[in-house]
Ligand binder design. Structure first.
Ligand code: UD1
Ligand code: CA
Length: 506
């Protein structure tokens, strides 16, 4: 048997996609975090063709740039102003080497669930059969919109008739053209020049080469595919959603087969390139996007969206939104956390409730547990950031950096005004506005000393419930003092002005 690999795969992606009603070119719409044309290129590459060409025209620059970014070895082919899938293939053949022989596979850029294995099987079948054309067809309950397969009395495929050109009788045929074909290269080159545009759409149809082959007495083989999803195309946004749901169903199923525990597959969205380690539990309403990788034995979700994140083994990420963040082994994030790009949480570290981080490197075992904005920061191992701490990184013009050293302790409700450095093993008193560096072993405290004004309520809020409460409180205190003279010292201490040192103990 000769080489089962195709000599070339041509992906058609030049069409306008008017039925999408979108300013984005159809083939750039995504399912599973990958563009439709990206899926087509991926499937084609998996069949290891010698050459891979993608035909573009509509919004040429956008599509070409996208395709080249995905795969720099793709040959970008420009289709001219003549419309139709036949013209697209003719342009591609002109761009490919002249004496091309072997098998040329054509696929459509708007058929995203096609698998590489199917292309390989088709190519092998084509090589074995020795026909001019081998194609995949599908039996659809609703064949509307697709080209219909016309078979002769002997069952031999004679032609493909497009929906718009079909007679009512032909429209009742449920076997449709999937748009995935293997051609003999020499036949295709010759036949494509004979394709005309005398049809309802005035386009050069690739599908016309089937009738051309039959007129020349050449063989056309068409095999029904079992998995019809692989042949479905996206022409509008309803089909985009439908194929998106099916893509996700397949991806989630694969994740489970690879060892993930998914509580509610239908309420879990996993992009094509995401990886999840075994025994990680994914709770409902979790979306894992882009190049996200999750380790093993993690707990992810519920209600969590991770985009391009890396989560280490045994970490937990609950009710969290994160983009371009790294979560270390055994670390814990959430609930209600917002991790922006550049967040790196060290092993066994913690980012807790209502905490927003950005460009923040948080050391091993360090904790940012409650109500904090932490932007442009480096936090050392084992440090603790108290509730309500704000890293003030922006002065209205420039962003600056804050460093908190290892095992340092920042008291609650502090504001760290960047640029500022708190050394290893330092303390910040609660409620401080820190504008100057704090050295190792030092306590930084920056707030007005407390003053208690005696009798203020009685003078300024007479007759209020507050005053009544104060009167009641001092009466009962007096009674207690009378009963227990031994503890009278406590009341005396309350009368003294509070000192900074006492405050700082908190
Ligand atoms: C096409 C087939 C139809 C098949 C269906 C399967 C033809 C004439 N019809 O119909 O038999 O059942 O796909 O999904 O081939 N394209 C170009 N250049 C063009 C026109 C289209 O590159 O001038 C590309 C499009 O970007 C798209 C693909 O070819 O990726 C199919 O084009 P589309 O217009 O969607 O064809 P259908 O009407 O779906
Ligand atoms: Ca289509």
């Amino acid at each position: 048997m000769s080489d089962p690999r195709p000599t070339a795969v041509i992906v058609l992606a030049a069409g306008e996609g008017t039925r999408m009603k979108s300013t984005t070119p159809k083939v750039l719409h995504t399912i599973g975090g990958r563009s439709l044309v990206g899926h087509a290129i991926r499937a084609a590459r998996g069949a290891s063709p010698e050459r891979l060409a993608v035909v573009v025209r509509h919004q040429r620059e956008r599509v070409a740039e996208h395709v080249s970014a995905l795969d720099e070895d793709v040959i970008i082919v420009d289709q001219d102003e003549v419309k139709g899938t036949g013209r697209a293939v003719a342009c591609a053949l002109q761009a490919l080497p002249e004496g091309l022989t072997g098998t040329v596979v054509v696929t459509y850029g708007d058929v995203p669930l096609l698998a590489s294995e199917t292309i390989l099987e088709l190519t092998a079948m084509h090589v074995e059969g020795g026909d001019a054309i081998t194609m995949i067809t599908a039996a659809l309950a609703d064949p509307t919109g697709y080209g219909r397969i016309i078979r002769g009395a002997d069952g031999v495929v004679e032609a493909i008739v497009e929906q718009k050109d079909a007679t009512p009788e032909q429209r009742s045929i449920t076997e449709v053209n999937s748009g995935i074909y293997a051609f003999d290269a020499e036949f295709l080159r010759e036949a494509i020049d004979q394709v005309e545009s005398d049809n309802a759409q005035g386009e050069m149809y690739l599908t016309d080469v089937v009738a051309i082959a039959r007129r020349q007495g050449l063989g056309v083989r068409a095999d029904l595919v079992d998995d019809v999803w692989q042949t479905e195309g996206v022409n509008d946004k309803v089909q985009l959603a439908r194929l998106g749901v099916e893509h996700n169903r397949r991806t989630v199923e694969q994740a489970m087969r690879d060892g993930a525990i998914v509580i509610d597959p239908a309420a879990t969205w996993i992009d094509a390139d995401v990886t999840i380690g075994p025994d990680t539990v994914v709770h409902p309403n979790t979306q894992l996007h882009g190049a996200t990788t999750i380790g093993s034995d993690c707990v992810i979700g519920p209600d969590t969206t991770l985009t391009d994140c890396e989560v280490g083994d045994s970490a937990s990420v609950v009710r969290t939104q994160a983009t371009l963040a790294v979560v270390g082994v055994g670390a814990s994030v959430g609930p209600f956390s917002y991790l922006r790009p550049g967040t790196r949480l060290g092993a066994r570290g913690k980012i807790g409730g209502f905490v927003e981080t950005k460009n923040a490197v948080i050391g091993e075992g360090a904790k940012v547990p409650h109500l904090t904005y932490c932007g442009d920061a480096t936090i050392g191992a084992g440090a603790n950031i108290g509730a309500g701490t704000i890293f003030a990184n922006y002065d209205g013009v420039a962003k600056s950096h804050t460093t908190v050293g290892a095992h340092s302790f920042v008291g609650s409700d502090s504001v760290l005004v960047a640029p500022v450095t708190i050394a290893d093993g330092a303390y910040v008193a609660a409620g401080s506005a820190v504008t100057r560096d704090i050295g190792a072993g030092e306590l930084g405290i920056s707030r007005a000393p407390q003053r208690n004004v005696e009798g203020w309520v009685a003078r300024r809020r007479p007759g209020t419930a507050t005053e009544a409460a104060a009167v009641l409180s001092s009466e009962s205190a007096a009674e207690t003092d009378a009963e227990l003279p031994a503890v009278a010292g406590a009341a005396v201490e309350n009368d003294q002005p509070t000192t900074d040192t006492k405050d700082a103990r908190r």
